[in-house]
Write a protein that binds this ligand. Structure first.
Ligand code: HXC
Length: 519
């Protein structure tokens, strides 16, 4: 047989590529489109800068033979992997192709994902994973499970080195959920995403509970109840745009600083609206997000886990173009108390910021930890400890502003001076005390009140004395636990200056393997 010319070889290559790029074939793709779904490649095209995507391992083929797999042609083994740019910055990506055996994960499918995770770690660039899969490829047995194990191992070792982002754009069930769970952020889409360790049928068989897939593992469930999802979008495009926005706040790896963005919002913009937002009445709620938005560069706030543990607010923003992580109590919900979920939410966010050189700005208005048997039985002790650990361990610049209440252990937990805050600011409305006046006088002056001729007026008297003594920032300022008491209207400027000063802060680790983070 005559040797093929180069032109013929290239034509052959193109034909092979075309067959593989068609995934599960035109019928399967058409079916997806009819269902209002997109393909693995369409998702990548939408996300990446035009023409920047380079696919690797298009020719990878499974080597399983049992249960009829030998005869099955599985283009690209059901996952598209490669690298390219988003807004000009390098990212690595994998996107599971549901049209190929339900995007199920076998040995080679996993190997492809591992390869791009290794490449990303080598060069220091984020990994994005678009999950749309029936889970472990049943026919490949232990090889599928081993594939997941290899991914989990890399998720863990790459944690804190490169940002890892999971997009759930279809089913993600069984042990498969643990790769997204080991990543930094999970995005879910209303109606399309489903995540659960055991699906509705197994739940019914095991416990008798009847629950729909949506209720068990849909976007709202994980955004509001479980806290598994960090971002939720009404549709796929909205979700992918959110991913791009998140990336704009993140450095590519732990050795870089987050991207700086030019702003025309002056640092000395006065925040006079604070006079009307905060009420001098200590029990009147207000929306802390208004304060956050006013301090940050205009329109720069990106809230994380918006619907979960709404008594705490966390998210990214910019001050003078520099990325910061914001943590705040939200007096609108549970009066801003810390509880199990809020502690988990804050601790994880603080750790993320610390991994990736994002300074922390903490806004405090906290009456304490939420009381109750639910909280105690649920382990508020170990959950609350996560916050103490995360803040104490964080070496990024830590700036704290006390707005109003800062009581007890919750005061300490909200990045107090003693947990290593670099600069603590307080408004004149700050109340820094072991506990609120009502509770305190019942303990300290119980006998005096009981024995008084007029217990009611005696109680009022000691309440007044207590408030006079502790409901201000000055006792803490006398001890140097508050560095500056400031006029609220200069909050933005003062925080910006503090960030500038402590930007060059250098702290080294304690030369140990790692601490024993409370979980
Ligand atoms: C092999 C699979 C598969 C799987 C789906 N397919 N899941 N093949 N292994 N895990 C195949 C189907 O046989 C079908 O092939 C094609 O993908 C499309 O699937 P359909 O069922 O037709 O699609 P749909 O009706 O949309 O339902 C999607 C689904 C369902 C809900 C995801 O397929 C399903 O329940 N799959 C099994 C889910 C599961 O229990 N996975 C194992 C979880 S345990 P054909 O050839 O007909 O097109 C797990 C352990 C991980 O993952 C452990 C890690 C530590």
């Amino acid at each position: 047989m005559a040797e093929k010319t180069l032109k013929e070889l290239v034509e052959e290559l193109i034909q092979k590529e075309e067959a593989l790029l068609a995934g599960g074939g035109p019928k399967a793709i058409e079916k997806r489109h009819r269902q209002g779904k997109t393909t693995a490649r369409e998702r990548i095209d939408f996300l990446m800068d035009e023409g920047s995507f380079e696919e690797v391992d298009l020719f990878v083929k499974h080597r399983a033979s049992r249960f009829g797999l030998a005869e099955k042609n599985l283009p690209a083994d059901g996952v598209v992997t490669g690298f390219g740019t988003i807004d000009g910055r390098l990212v690595f990506i994998y996107s599971q192709d549901f049209t190929v055996l339900g995007g199920s994960l076998g040995e080679m499918h996993a190997q492809k994902i591992c390869k791009i995770m290794d490449m990303a770690a080598k060069v220091g660039a984020p990994v994005l994973g678009i999950n749309d899969s029936g889970g472990a490829r049943i026919q490949e047995g232990i090889d599928s499970l081993s594939g997941y194990g290899k991914i989990f191992w890399r998720n863990t070792l790459n944690s804190g080195v490169i940002p890892q982002i999971a997009i759930i754009d279809g089913p993600c069930a069984g042990g498969a959920v643990y790769s997204p769970a080991l990543m930094d952020f999970i995005f879910m889409i209303e109606g399309a995403s489903k995540m659960f360790v055991t699906g509705p049928q197994v739940v019914k068989a095991a416990t008798g509970e009847e629950v729909s897939a949506e209720e068990l593992g849909g976007a709202q469930t994980h955004a509001r109840r479980s806290g598994v999802a960090h971002f939720v979008a009404p549709d796929e495009k909205g979700c992918l745009l959110q991913v791009k926005r998140l990336l704009s706040y993140l450095p590519s790896n732990n050795t870089e600083d987050p991207p700086w963005l030019e702003t025309d919002d002056p640092l000395d913009r006065e925040n006079t609206s604070f006079y009307s937002i905060i009420s001098p009445h200590p029990n009147k709620p207000y929306d802390v997000k208004k304060i956050i938005q006013e301090i940050l560069d205009r329109e720069s706030f990106l809230e994380v886990q918006e619907q979960f543990a709404r008594n705490a607010v966390v998210g990214f923003g910019r001050i003078g173009g520099q990325v910061v992580g914001i943590v705040a109590n939200q007096p609108y919900h549970l009066a801003g108390c810390l509880d199990i979920d809020a502690a988990d939410k804050i601790a994880r966010f603080v750790r993320f910021c610390d991994c990736f050189n994002i300074p922390l700005v903490t806004l405090v208005d906290v009456p304490g930890f939420l009381p109750g048997t639910n909280q105690e039985f649920g382990g508020i002790i170990r959950h609350g400890a996560k916050m103490l650990f995360a803040y104490s361990e964080a070496t990024v610049p830590k700036i704290t502003l006390i707005l109003r209440k800062a009581y007890g252990g919750a005061y300490l937990a909200m990045c107090s001076r003693d947990l290593g805050a670099d600069l603590v600011l307080a408004w004149p409305t700050a109340e820094i005390a072991v506990m609120g006046a009502e509770g305190a006088v019942n303990i300290v002056f119980r006998k005096e009140i009981e024995n008084a001729i007029d217990p009611v007026s005696e109680r009022e008297k000691v309440l007044g004395e207590y408030r006079q003594e502790f409901y201000n920032p000055y006792q803490a300022a006398q001890r140097g636990l508050v560095d500056q008491v400031i006029d609220p209207k200069v909050s933005r400027l003062k925080i910006a200056r503090a960030l500038e000063v402590f930007w060059s802060k250098r702290e080294t680790g304690k030369g140990k393997k790692h601490g024993n983070f409370p979980v």
